[in-house]
Design a binder for this molecule. Structure first.
Ligand code: DUC
Ligand code: ZN
Ligand code: ZN
Length: 478
């Protein structure tokens, strides 16, 4: 098996940082050593197959993006990244594991939904991948099938309080699924927005001629998010289910989660880069490209971007620092403007919901370190270590320690990354939601299970390098 020594760098973990060399043997980390250490009398630099010089750089566990939707059928079309293109883009950005969502559609068996997602991903991925299970039809059969998920390495399922007629679960269904969650330890992941009320607001806005993308965010008002977050917390409280609220964007929803946690409840929150950096006002008005007023469709996602005048982003950065919110995923769900987003020309409710960010999460969050919102340790914690602990991957992933998979990123804190379609863009989209963002850092080298797949701005991997990872129960269960 090939051996690699990553030498001279600062190993950053969730709990500290130190100068150390990392010895990789085959697919795993063999040792974390004092810089320049000899092992059994040999100079490691001379005896390993490859030396990676990380002098002046951070050596961190590969990122884990616990919320992606590769080739997801949605909004009358399909998310534009395949497992191949999306995981390759992830690798470019220092993410070495994704957890995607297998879908049980209405009327379908859970087992068949999961099998279909295995078929899409197998042999195509650049990095390792796991699955959560979307339960789009809570009924006696699916409730029974959920009890078999853990054997398949799926330790979490997602319900939607939004999207009536698509993935929506009513309160009775949420209650029943949460009872299974409490019983089995499967993590309940919740899309917390009041879908039926949002749909009424959307139809009223459209009837008033308010059809532009901006009104997507008006219809999906923060009250819709706060209310559903509160309701899901109450149902979790009643049933004893562990609850993970996905893509939190409203500061009022953060407050609901914080209150529940302060009360001792096992509730967690995830936010995404778009809610930390972008605002509803970004969707207003033409920015000079061919799409005019419709350009705002680029940032239509749910939960929506929030008004900058209400300071949601500030609260989210604070919540990340204080652990009221525990981690950052992308909700990567890319659609091109041409033929996809444009399905909603003249009717914002028909714009496929989603933003593509899987490539940029590590960089965008590192900018949070540069800007003084986070320490380097917290950056590692919210992008790799907590995702691993939350979703049953820790030890194998999310940490640099002997025995762990050698998923390692050498990150240059003095490097630079210019984000944009013509610059760094490997996602299968015809625009970048992050056009023009400048990052004071750079992903130099990415190693996935011991193999260097990105180095010096070159991709060295192949489709099929990534394998399915079976996950265990969350470490945060009581
Ligand atoms: N939100 C999105 O923006 N896209 C996919 C599904 C979702 O809940
Ligand atoms: Zn969602
Ligand atoms: Zn999602």
């Amino acid at each position: 098996m090939a051996t690699t020594l990553i030498t001279g760098g600062t190993v950053v973990s969730a709990t500290g940082r130190s100068l150390a060399d990392v010895l990789v043997d085959g697919e795993t980390i063999r040792a974390v050593l004092e810089p320049g250490s000899r092992l059994l009398g040999t100079d490691l630099k001379q005896s390993v197959d490859t030396v990676v010089d990380a002098t002046g750089k951070y050596v961190i566990p590969g990122g884990i993006d616990a919320h992606t939707h590769m080739q997801m059928p949605f909004g009358g079309t399909e998310a534009s990244d395949t497992f191949e293109t999306g995981t390759r883009a992830a690798a470019w950005g220092g993410t070495t594991t994704i957890i995607d969502f297998a879908i049980q559609k209405y009327g379908e068996r859970v087992e068949d939904g999961l099998a279909a997602w295995h078929e899409k991903a197998a042999g195509n991925c650049a990095v390792d991948y796991g699955f959560h299970q979307i339960i789009g039809d809570v009924n006696d059969e699916s409730l029974k099938a959920m009890r078999g998920l853990l054997d398949e390495g799926v330790s979490s399922f997602k319900l939607f309080m939004a999207y009536p007629g698509v993935f929506y679960s009513d309160d009775a269904q949420v209650l029943k699924a949460m009872q299974v969650s409490a019983d089995t330890g499967l993590m309940t992941m919740m899309h917390a927005e009041n879908g039926p009320a949002i749909d009424v607001l959307a139809q009223q806005l459209l009837a008033q001629g308010k059809t532009d993308p901006y009104f997507h965010g008006i219809a999906r008002a923060w009250q819709m998010e706060e209310e559903a977050t509160h309701r899901s917390i109450m149902l979790a409280n009643l049933t004893g289910a562990p609850l993970y609220v996905v893509h939190v964007s409203a500061k009022q929803a953060v407050a609901q989660i914080a209150t529940a946690r302060d009360g001792g409840q096992n509730v967690f929150g995830e936010t995404c880069p778009q809610y930390l950096y972008l605002s509803l006002e970004d969707q207003l008005g033409a920015k000079g490209d061919q799409w005019g007023e419709f350009e705002g469709a680029k940032w239509v996602c749910s939960t929506p971007l929030r008004s900058k005048h209400e300071h949601h982003s500030d609260e989210l950065w604070t919540a990340l620092r204080t652990n009221d919110i525990q981690m950052v995923s992308t909700d990567h769900c890319p659609f091109c403007m041409k033929d996809q987003k444009e399905l909603g020309l003249g009717d914002f409710s028909k714009i496929p919901n989603g933003i593509g960010s899987v490539e940029h999460r590590m960089d965008l969050l590192f900018q949070g370190v540069v800007d003084g919102h986070l320490t380097p340790e917290r950056w590692v914690e919210i992008t790799a270590t907590t995702p691993a602990r939350m979703f049953g991957l820790y030890g194998k992933k999310g940490v640099i320690q002997p025995g762990a998979d050698a998923d390692i990123v050498v990150y240059d804190p003095k490097g630079h990354t210019s984000i944009g379609l013509e610059k760094t863009h490997h996602m299968n989209m015809d625009y970048s939601a992050w056009e023009g963002y400048e990052i004071d850092g750079h992903v130099d080298t990415v190693m996935s299970r011991g193999r260097v797949i990105v180095d010096a701005d070159a991709y060295l991997g192949t489709a099929g390098d990534g394998a399915y990872v079976k996950r265990g129960l969350s470490q945060y269960l009581l």
